[in-house]
Ligand binder design. Structure first.
Ligand code: ARG
Length: 396
């Protein structure tokens, strides 16, 4: 009896060739397709897996789980990697890997496989997650060991075995896409001095070509999670889709950065995350309104660690679970509404309100309504600075 392997299959060239490559080595291949909002797994992709030699194709719609258990926690944490990357690709990996392991268990498979290269982060995320969840599974990474040295060689192999790949759709970039964002790499982008050509960005309009009148949008959060847009309750997938289209039309959510990969190299990355850009801006401002100074500052440190964990594939770890407990405690007050103005690539908060707001106009005002006790400031300052008095004196 041949050994069964569950392959995380995307339908692209690499994983299609992986199916055939594994089947040739005597494996019974189950191609597992996760729908994380990259566009519906097409009939063509399913057929391609079968023609390439998959014994079975399993599709799971993971979109709601992706939002509830991965994207919202990252938003509540304000997790951004190296100040720019909202982690769309990175967040999807532990989810896909978890289901890959589950499919393996249900099928009695002793091995799992993925189509990631040996230079990237995704291999680390898939494999670390699989090992955390079941260290007995064998992990196969065909792309790291196979004989092909270029995309053209893979295409030749696919054509030779009549795997129906769409060579005409061949993009000059390597693209990973899901409902939270798109990651674009390689091709001309490998020269870090080259501006991304107009064909780089998938969905977001260039700020120059964005709508010429600004749009206003209000977002209501309940305990750190967005629940209403412009006053209407919207289910999470529609909410993200709506903000995605709005942000994209106004040129919001692009980034072009050099990034430090887990495996030690710097890479050039182009990202699109229009809904994320709007939601992060709004969420952050709401926190400024409802959380005190020390909590805000401490939480900023937690955000860096949380982003680091996501980026490094350490999602299912005790530290991440413990940080979630802290973050969820902070979010109990993060309810309220933020109003934003979107215009030609800029996304600005223009209004905020919350039943838990710490802003008090009677204390902040410079008008006659002022109730702040200015005389109390004198004693406060005396003691506040006491420990340092004279310490800046320069010796003569
Ligand atoms: N650099 C990003 C990350 O590590 C994007 C990876 C894109 N992956 C891909 N298979 N094209 O998360």
């Amino acid at each position: 009896m041949s050994k069964t392997v569950v392959l995380a299959y995307s339908g692209g060239l690499d994983t299609s060739v992986c199916v055939k490559w594994l089947a040739d080595r005597g494996y019974r291949v189950i191609a597992f397709m996760a729908n994380v909002g990259q566009g519906d797994p097409s009939a063509a992709a399913i057929r391609r897996a079968k023609v390439a030699g998959a014994a079975q194709v399993i599709v799971r719609d993971l979109r709601k789980e992706f939002v509830a258990d991965y994207i919202w926690p990252a938003l509540k944490a304000e997790a951004v990697y190296e100040g720019e990357y909202l982690l769309a690709t990175a967040l999807s990996r532990p989810l896909i890997a978890k289901h890959m392991v589950d499919v393996a268990h249900k099928a009695g498979a002793k091995a799992v496989a993925h189509g990631c290269t040996g230079k990237g982060n995704d291999q680390v995320r898939f494999e670390v997650t699989a090992r955390i969840l079941d260290p007995t599974l064998e992990i196969i990474a065909p792309v790291r060991v196979w004989e092909f040295r270029s995309r053209d060689q893979e295409i030749d192999y696919a054509l030779k075995y009549r795997i129906p790949i769409d060579v005409t759709k061949r993009s000059p970039y390597s693209i990973d896409q899901n409902l939270w964002g798109t990651s674009i790499e390689s091709g001309v982008l490998e020269n870090p001095w080259t501006e991304p050509p107009t064909d780089t960005y998938r969905s977001i309009r260039s700020p120059e070509r964005a709508a010429s009148t600004p749009a206003y949008v209000t977002i209501e959060f309940s305990r750190g999670v967005p629940v209403r847009v412009n006053g209407a309750r919207v289910p999470e997938l529609q909410l993200i889709d709506r903000l995605h289209r709005l942000g994209a039309a106004h040129g919001i959510g692009r980034s072009d950065v050099i990034e430090s990969r887990i495996v030690g190299i710097k890479s050039r990355e182009v990202y699109e995350a229009p809904a994320g850009a709007i939601l992060f801006e709004a969420h952050q401002e709401l926190e400024r309104l409802v959380l005190d100074r020390q909590l805000l500052q401490f939480k900023r440190g937690v955000a860096i660690t949380y982003a680091e964990l996501i980026y490094s594939g350490l999602w299912f770890t005790p530290l991440k679970t413990s940080l979630d407990a802290f973050i969820n405690a902070t979010q109990q007050r993060v309810s309220g509404t933020i109003r934003l103005k979107l215009f030609k690539g800029s996304c600005q908060v223009v209004g905020r309100k919350s039943p838990h707001g710490l802003y008090k106009e009677r204390l902040a005002t410079y008008s006659a309504k002022d109730q702040f006790d200015q005389r109390a400031a004198e004693g406060f300052i005396k003691l506040f600075g006491l420990a340092y008095e004279g310490s800046g004196r320069v010796a003569k």
